[in-house]
Each structure stands twice: as C-alpha cells, then as structure tokens.
Ligand binder design. Structure first.
Ligand code: ACO
Length: 332
C-alpha cells in the first residue's frame, strides 16, 4: 500500500570518501589520547579527512554521480537535489545549488536541509513526500559533511570522533509494496546546549574573540548525548516499525547512524537484533554526521548485505536534538 498516490523508494546509491586517512596513532601525536582509548570507548580506528582544496560540495558531487550511475539515470532526469549537511560550502548559495551546477542537473530545483546527524533521514522523508504526491519523479538525496572544518583539533573529547564523507541516494517511484513503508521523525530543541557550534551564525557572528575561544568548532557534552542516543535509537526504530505495522523481528537489516559502536550495540540489543544484521563502518570513517547513514547504506547494498524484499531500518540521532527512522522494503 503506497503512502500517498505513489510508492517511493531508493533506486540507486553512491558514496565518496576522501583519500586522506588519519589513524588513531596520528591523533596520538596531536592530542593526549591513545589508540586503545579511542577503540575501546568508540570503536573508531581511523577517519577520512578532505584535502584543503575539497569542500562539502566536491564530496557530494562525487557521491551524486555514482548514485545516478547506479540508478541508471542521467542528471537531466533529476527534479530536485536535497542535501543534508551541517557543513555547507558557505551560508549561501546552498551546497545543493553548487552540486546542481557541478553535475549539470539543469531540470532540477535544489536546497539544503539541516538536521545534523539525522539530516539524511529528514531528507529522505522530505523526498518521499514529493514522490508520493506525484509532484516530482526523481530526487537526489545527499548527506555530505566536512566535519574536519569545524573540529577543534586540540580537544581530545571531540576530535577523535569525526570524519568527512558523502553518501547519495536516488529516490523515485517504485512498485507498490516496495520502498518506504514508514518514517518517524522527532526533535527536542531543549537539548540544543548539549551539542552545537556556537558562533558563525546570527546569534554570535565571527569575531577575533569567537575564533580565539574556538566557538566555531563542535561543542559536545558527550555523556549527555550518549544517554540520549542509547534511548532514542531503539525508540525511533520501534516507532517507525509500529507505523509500518511491523514487529522488531521483521527487521532484516539495520543501518544505524555511526556515532559510537557502543551506542550501535546497545540499539541492536534493545531491538533484539544480532550484530550480523547491523551494518557498521565506524571503525573506518568515524562519525560523518549526515553522511554516515547514506555511506553505510551504499556499502551495505554494494557488498550484497541487503537483498530484494528485505525490510531495512535506517535510524539516526543528532544535534537539535533530532532523531529519525525510516523503514523500507528493498526492491532491487
Ligand atoms: N582520549 C583519552 N581520554 C579521553 C578522550 C580521548 N580522546 N576523550 C575523553 N577522555 C577522558 C575524559 O577526559 C575523561 O577523563 P577524566 O575521567 O579524567 O575526566 C575520561 O576519558 C572519560 O570521559 P567520558 O566523556 O566519560 O568518556 P565516555 O566513555 O563517555 O566516552 C564519548 C566519550 C566517546 C564522547 C561518548 O560519550 C560518546 O560517544 N558520546 C556520544 C557522542 C555522539 O553520539 N555524538 C553524536 C552527535 S555528533 C553531531 O551531531 C555532529
């Protein structure tokens, strides 16, 4: 049964990771940390960092072209480009407009959407609405980040966690019974203080002092976010399952946001899922915020872990605070 007039699903995926690798050993040279601490507390072993000449749109463009190829579409077939990012190239124009120009998607509208690490789920939900009503036929949904640009490389509590990358998905009409079965989104702005970048917006424009104070980099109350994350990951997935009329046992594959392996393991346990049904690549890439889920999805699909007819659950959480989950019946 379609939600709306038409069923919508993901017909192609792509991802791009910068080549430059920073290992935990490299970080030991920069801050007072150790490979053992990082692996034990987070599961992260290394992360990718964009070259100085690369911006978020460059990563997004590469991922977008691969997703188009996978979907067997050309850029001209795309009606809308939607980019979830917290690290746009600049405040405006949107990174989506820059990608639209790069890939020559001349028939496409373009805008960015910001919901931090939940951004890709929010963007999928948005794309789904346009397809379900028949307003658009093909939408390029991208999660892309250069978190290295807003990381405080002197703060060991945060700099070990993040990485850069981009993942893309083409959302289009699919056969009834396949594609998105439900979405569940949520937000709690009262938690904004736990995870934020304080300066650079209209509240606190850039000054010499904001730069000196590192207010342009990520601030995180790690334990507050951790407690929120372990609760919300399973709750959001359960709500999406309920909306799809499915039980926990119906999940064939879980693609969680990659923030901390302990958060992922905890979510799997609460959902009664064996880790064999859970995708993780946090060891290779760290937390890439809005890019984590689409990169993980692309790697899961391309490695044959997701098969036609599988019920796939995507679930994430992030600054805002925000959270979201989507359930899809995979159709390819
Ligand atoms: N290396 C060595 N020691 C460290 C490091 C490090 N990199 N980081 C912190 N420590 C120390 C702390 O200083 C502390 O020392 P103390 O006891 O002497 O004060 C000790 O380790 C324990 O610190 P905790 O913060 O309690 O460590 P915890 O086990 O909670 O792990 C972590 C910290 C990994 C940040 C965890 O809290 C976490 O994953 N939180 C959630 C993060 C998250 O999900 N963020 C998602 C959103 S990101 C976004 O939206 C952009």
């Amino acid at each position: 049964m379609a939600i709306g007039l038409y069923s919508a699903g993901i017909i192609g995926t792509g991802s791009y990771l910068p080549e430059k690798v920073i290992t935990n050993k490299d970080l030991e040279q920069i801050v007072d940390t150790s490979n053992e601490w990082i692996v034990k507390r987070t599961g992260i072993r290394e992360r990718r960092i964009a070259e100085d000449c690369q911006a978020t749109s460059d990563l997004a463009t590469n991922a977008a072209l691969l997703a188009l190829e996978d979907a067997e579409l050309t850029a001209k077939d795309i009606d809308l480009i939607l980019i979830a990012t917290s690290t746009p190239d600049m405040p405006f124009p949107s990174t989506a407009c820059i990608v639209q120009h790069n890939i020559k998607a001349e028939n496409s509208a373009a805008f960015d959407l910001e919901a931090a690490c939940s951004g890709f789920i929010y963007a999928l939900n948005t794309a789904h609405q346009y397809i379900a009503t028949g307003f658009y036929k093909n939408i390029l949904v991208i999660g892309a980040e250069c978190l290295s640009r807003i990381t405080n490389w002197k703060d060991r509590r945060t700099c070990v966690l993040f990485g850069d990358g981009a993942g893309a998905a083409v959302v289009s009409r699919v056969k009834n019974g396949y594609g998105f079965l439900s979405h569940y989104l949520g937000a709690d702005g009262s938690g904004a203080a736990a995870l934020n970048v304080k300066a650079g917006g209209s509240r606190m424009p850039a000054t010499l002092e904001t730069i000196e104070q590192n207010y342009h980099t990520i601030y995180m109350d790690g334990s507050e976010v951790f407690k929120f994350a372990v609760r919300i990951m399973s709750t959001a997935a359960e709500e999406a399952l309920r909306l799809a009329g499915l039980e926990k046992e119906s999940i064939d594959y879980l693609i969680p946001h990659q923030a901390n392996i302990r958060i992922i393991e905890n979510a799997a346990k609460r959902l009664n899922l064996s880790m064999a049904k859970v995708f993780f690549n946090i060891d290779k890439y760290g937390n890439m915020s809005a890019a984590s889920i689409p990169v993980a999805l692309d790697e899961a699909v391309k490695s044959g872990k997701i098969k036609k007819g599988d019920n796939v659950c995507l679930v994430g959480f992030g600054a805002g605070l925000t959270w979201g989950s989507s359930i899809l019946k995979w159709h390819k």
